[in-house]
Each structure stands twice: as structure tokens, then as C-alpha cells.
Design a protein around this ligand. Sequence first.
Ligand SMILES: [Zn+2]
Length: 204
Amino acid sequence: MSGIGYQDAVDAIVAAGRWLDGKGWAPATAGNYSMRLDDGAFALTVSGWHKGRLSPDGVMRVDADGLSLDGKKPSAETALHMQIYRLFPDVGAVLHSHSPISVGISRAVSADSYRLERHEMLKVLPGITTHETFVDVPIVDNAQDMSVIAARIEWLVESRELRAYLIRGHGLYGWGRDMAEAERVIEGVEWMFAAELAEKEFRR
Ligand SMILES: [Zn+2]
């Protein structure tokens, strides 16, 4: 079984929180991060912590159903993390950012996806080797019931290849085989959104 040991996962999740907070993509207590462990369980951020100020106490263990294995309270969005691990057995880490630009795009675009096209940066996404392509980042409507969002994602997976998705007015989910790849996906997609915003400003 793939995955890493719990202590290594804690270190990677604490570091990811500092990095995302430094980018301005983890305001207040928003965002949640997780990793697949080598014993079949998962490491996940505890509900309510500021992600830039995580200590090992802010990380916990859950089972594949997202249920606490150590008495701590998991993030409200745990079900979305567990869905990604279930849908993609080779995924080892999931990150969720709340950047102003991601949220702005998800609110401004009424379509159910946003196309990133002909960016060199597309090549940071797994499986892409040329700028001469596009990725449609799905935008699903927000809900406080995670099972409603999860049902929308389940449908998307059947219809197209999925590397990241936006929840409208909420934030971005991205993932990878390990934390480094998940960070590249989040950073690359956030960067392309920012570049598109800059392009629109310059074109005015
Ligand atoms: Zn969120």
C-alpha cells in the first residue's frame, strides 16, 4: 500500500499550512489538508485551526470513512478529501486553498467550468507535456452539506479527467501522488488564474 508514516505526514501538512498561509491562500481558519498513510488511515487537519500556525496537535488520524481515530474533531470538509482518495487510488495528498483570485473567478464565471488554455504553466499538472492544450477546471456550486458537493464531483469524474476543482464562492481543491505534486497543482492553477486576471487588466 502506498502512503507515508504519520510523523512524516504531520511534518508535511504543517509545512504546507505555513506555505499556503504565506501565499495568502489560507486566511483565518480556512482550508484543510490531508495525506494518505502507509497503514490505510489518513492524516488530516483538525477543525478550527489557523493553517499557518499548525502544530502537530492540529493534525489528526481518520479512517477511510473520515471518522476520527484519535478523538480529535476532523475538518467539516473531510468527506471531500476521502472522496478524492477513493476515486483516485494513486493520490497521496489533497490540498484546499482559499485564495481571493480563485474565489473571485468562481463567483464571476457562471459556467460550470473555467478553461485554462495555452499556458506553459499547464505542464506542472500531472500528465501534461505541452502548452498546446487546455484544462477545464470544474466549478461546482457550494453547499454546507458536503454530500451535496460530493455528488456533484462524482458526476464530474465520470465525464472528464479531473486534477483540481473550484467550489463557487469558496475555494480550490487540488491533489497529487505526494505533497510535492499536490503543492505544484495548487500553485500552478492559482498562478494561471492570477495570470488570466493580469491579462484582463492589461487588455482594458
Ligand atoms: Zn473550504
